[in-house]
Design a binder for this molecule. Sequence first.
Ligand code: PEP
Length: 248
Amino acid sequence: MRRKLVAGNWKMHGSLAENEALLAGVLAGIASAKTDVAVCVPYPFLAQVQAKLSGSPIAWGAQNLSQHGKGAFTGEVSAAMLRDFGCKYVIVGHSERRSLYGETDEIVAAKFEAAQAAGLIPILCVGETLDEREGGVTEKVVARQLDAVIGRSGVGALADAVVAYEPVWAIGTGKTATPQQAQEVHAFIRGKIAALDPAVAQGLIIQYGGSMKANNAAELLAQPDIDGGLIGGASLVADEFLAICRAA
Ligand code: PEP
């Protein structure tokens, strides 16, 4: 039986004061959630979440990392630095990184490897654009994104990772994949991994992400291959985020 994981992706939002209130709100209600919970926050707030969440049931992480260990990479942050701040998770290959910052499948695979080498659990985001869905190539795109990581790190690496299926057309748009649409792709992902390693596939947490909210979470999370959510906008509102955690 897989435990569900609900992870917030704060994106580039928050301030010390706003985070204080948000974290207090989430901490106040988290005891009633029976799922694993994490928040992935902007780098400058890692010290704050480490101080606030240490000893709580909520884990934390970052939204990106460098594929390099150290060196002359101005503005970059390494996996070891994230570990220093107690991160458990790091998002890799979010569609905003792929589309706005030119992260290729190869770069994403290198980041995935760097994260695991430092003991972080990568949350690997995969998903198709609207054009790709309408062109009937959703599975091809998702397979290509997974293959880049499997080719570099091996299928066994997925035993210590999370996959987030995030249809790009559903992210931040208010358009959610229907539970059936999401389940179809989740089942495809699990089936693809199962063909390589059934045990890894069986244990793999596959989150859904894309406008998951309190009012649609339960139906999505009831699907057999949906093991949690990666939550953008709704993770910035304590009651909304808690409602999703309770639905999981
Ligand atoms: C995300 O950024 O990973 C995401 C799923 O965003 P939203 O929930 O706002 O669609």
